[in-house]
Design a protein around this ligand. Structure first.
Ligand SMILES: NC(=O)NC1=NC(=O)NC1=O
Length: 244
């Protein structure tokens, strides 16, 4: 039995449910999904400041997951907030949905486009492309120019904009695949893939399959070198929760 902790780094319960359901749909019969979000933090992550705040909550959940003995952790926000810090803290694999979706896209296309939320988060996706070495694989980046939480407002407006931008990317970018640039879009990938006839990749599902693969291969986060557990020192104030 593989237990996978899926962390929605923002505090929106509805989005945590959307993400958890997408993860469950992708999970194999022997996998159990534990969908969680921080007890405090930001309701949505739409920039560098939000990411910094959210990262602490991610680390808190990583610590809890490690104490529960989970077999893997997923950071289900397209900025992969706190990813390397989480890998220092974790024993099991930690995968961000941006890196998962980007890796998967390179396996089924020579170039992919990204469709994300607010234009100001495009730079975060660009930075990740550089960090992960996928800049030359990305044909273009698009934003639906709607706040993240409109994906959970029930109007369907954000979902319609995502579909429009995917169709535009396919027409204009010369891309072979699309990466959905938000955890809250996790439930859209399968239907869009069928309708648009090209791989539309959601990072939550991709990360679930990667964690399952790593767990079954007996691979977990290396503790040799820079991903070793953090140097021990007494943390103060609100961070005492991290003291051993
Ligand atoms: N680019 C994004 O929309 N990132 C995100 N903000 C969130 O709150 N969740 C995401 O996936």
């Amino acid at each position: 039995r593989i237990r996978i902790q899926v962390i929605n780094p923002n505090t929106c319960q509805a989005m945590t449910k959307t993400i958890g359901m997408a993860a469950q749909a992708a999970a194999g019969p022997d996998s159990e999904i534990l969908a969680v979000c921080p007890s405090e933090g930001v309701p949505s992550i739409e920039g560098h400041f939000d990411e910094a705040i959210a990262a602490v909550g991610v680390l808190e959940q990583i610590k809890i997951g490690r104490e529960q003995g989970v077999d893997g952790h997923i950071i289900a926000c397209f900025g992969d907030p706190g990813l390397m810090a989480a890998r220092e803290l974790a024993q099991a694999p930690v995968i961000g949905i941006a890196e998962a979706a980007m890796h998967m896209a390179t396996l089924v296309s020579t170039r992919f486009s990204i469709v994300t939320t607010l234009p100001r988060t495009l730079i975060i996706a660009r930075h990740l492309l550089q960090l992960y070495g996928f800049s030359h694989h990305c044909a273009a980046l698009h934003a639906i120019d709607l706040p993240v939480l409109t994906l959970e407002d029930g109007s369907g407006a954000a979902q319609r904009k995502v579909r429009e931008r995917c169709m535009q990317a396919i027409k204009e970018d010369g891309c072979g695949a699309i990466v959905l640039g938000c955890g809250g879009m996790a439930d859209l990938a399968r239907a869009l893939t069928l309708e648009l006839g090209v791989p539309v990749i959601d990072g939550v599902s991709a990360a679930v399959k990667m964690v399952e693969s790593l767990a079954e291969l007996g691979l977990s986060t290396s503790k040799l070198g820079d991903l070793a557990y953090p140097e021990s020192k007494p943390l103060s104030g609100k961070f005492q929760v991290f003291n051993p």
